[in-house]
Every structure is written in C-alpha cells, then in structure tokens.
Design a binder for this molecule. Structure first.
Ligand code: UDP
Length: 249
C-alpha cells in the first residue's frame, strides 16, 4: 500500500500531517504492512507549547512518522496562519478505529500505562466495540527510565503489532522514542488520557461541545485541577501563535 501522507502543516516549528481520520487510519494500515518500527504522535496545543522549551520532545515530534492533528486549537491556529488542516484526528477516535482494523486483520494491541486496572478496562471496552480484537497485553507500569528494561521484556515477549502508551506527554512520546529501537513494533502511539476516557474514568466532552471548540471549558468544569494545563493550551498557545504570525508579517 502506498504512503498517503500529503503535505505537513507547521505550527510554531511543530509539523502536523494534514490528514482526516480515515486517511490517518489508512496510513497506520500502511505502517502495519511494513517491517520497520513507526512512531505516531497526536499533536495538540500543549504538545506545541512543550516543544518550545523541550528540545528533546521537539526532536521526537520532528522525527515522528505520523503526527495527527489532535485538538481544536491546532486546527484554529493552522487556519489563522493560512495553512488550514482538513480535519481533526482525536486520540480516542484513532484508537477505536485502530482496534476495529486490528479485529478485522488480526493485529494485536498492547496497552501500556494509566493507573493500575485502567488499561484492562479500556481493553474490555475496545473488545466489546470490536469483537474478535486480540489484546496482547495490558500493563500500567511507569514511565521512569529505570523500569524500561523490565517493560521492554514483557512487551517484547508478546510481540504486539500496535503499542498504545498512556503516560501523558511528553513522557509517553519520549518513552516510545527511547524504546522503539529495541522493541521494533510496527506502530507505537502516545495516547495520553485515551484509556481513562475509554474506561469511563474521565468524561469525554459531548460531540457538540467538541465541534464548538469548547472542550477546554468542559475539562475546566470537570477536571479543575487541570487549570494550569488549560492555561498553556488555550491563552498561552493562542498568544504564541498570534505573536509568531505578527513577527512573520
Ligand atoms: N500516567 C501514568 N503514569 C504517569 C503519569 C501519567 O500512567 O507517571 C497516565 C495517567 O494515569 C493518564 C495519562 O497518563 O491516564 C495521562 O493523561 P492526560 O490526559 O494527562 O494526557 P496528555 O493530555 O498529557 O496527553
């Protein structure tokens, strides 16, 4: 199958593939047919802001094989700078579609991360939605580097086709970049809070709120402890994008 990635849109130095959900899934399907390892990152405004002061994370984002547009803010920023993105690809939707594809084609998933027991709950939800799905393993573990040799052993032992890592950014994406050279899994994706959403541990904003771009407000109401992160994702990101645009003019 041919590589279908079209041009990339760059926001504050972070590249994002201009793909719809269907196209992102087709790209993942292509990766799964190739023998080499791939890394997928799901870029939202917080990723872009973190990359501004974390060169290691920025390098991982630059080198990722697929960078999906996750987050209404990146769509708005892309439109504002005159390089509109064609659609939003959220981590939850991409995970569900990958699970569907895996059930059809016999690919096996490994769910790493989140609080103990959450990955198992998320796996049960994915199996219920995609009967026949094979879960190679679930493990909470820890993103701490000293745990890596053990985690590599348990993951390598079951040889999954897709590794979903839920340690939050940038830890999950750095973890994948450090460990993919040893694991060589066809597709590894940092999925942030996806297991929490699938397991029903964190509420997912209704579709109409997401379409209006008010997911941040919904999160602020339901998870007020995230206020600092929302500050980075909304006003700080907006200001940085506007300032960069003004400098360019
Ligand atoms: N997490 C974890 N171990 C850690 C830190 C975080 O398993 O040391 C998990 C946490 O339980 C949650 C996910 O990582 O399931 C982070 O979700 P969040 O929505 O914060 O992701 P982000 O928005 O940073 O991508």
């Amino acid at each position: 199958m041919a590589d279908i990635r079209p041009e990339r849109v760059v926001i504050l130095g972070v590249p994002i593939d201009n793909l719809t959900l269907d196209e992102a899934l087709a790209q993942v399907a292509t990766f799964l047919q190739q023998s080499q390892p791939h890394q997928v990152v799901t870029v939202n405004p917080e990723f872009v802001m973190e990359a501004q002061h974390n060169p290691e994370f920025q390098r991982v984002l630059l080198q990722a094989d697929l960078a999906t547009p996750d987050g209404f803010g990146v769509l708005l920023a892309a439109r504002w700078q005159g390089t509109p993105l064609r659609g939003r690809v959220t981590g939850v939707e991409l995970t569900r579609r990958i699970a569907e594809l895996a059930a059809q084609k016999g690919y096996r998933l490994f769910l790493l991360g989140a609080a103990p027991g959450v990955a198992q709950q998320a796996a049960a939800v994915l199996i219920a939605q995609s009967p026949g799905l094979v879960i190679a393993g679930c493990f909470a573990g820890s993103p701490a580097p000293r745990h890596e040799p053990f985690l590599r052993q348990i993951i390598a032992a079951v040889r999954p086709d897709v590794l979903l890592v839920a340690y939050g950014h940038p830890a999950q994406d750095l973890w994948i970049a450090r460990n993919q050279p040893f694991l060589r899994i066809p597709v590894a994706i940092g999925v942030g809070g996806v297991f929490d959403y699938l397991a029903g541990r964190a509420p997912l904003a209704p579709g109409w709120i997401r379409r209006m771009g008010l997911e941040w407000l919904y999160r602020l109401c339901h998870q007020p402890q995230r206020w600092r992160r929302i500050l980075v994702a909304v006003p700080c990101f907006t200001w940085a994008v506007l300032r960069a645009h003004r400098v360019r003019q």
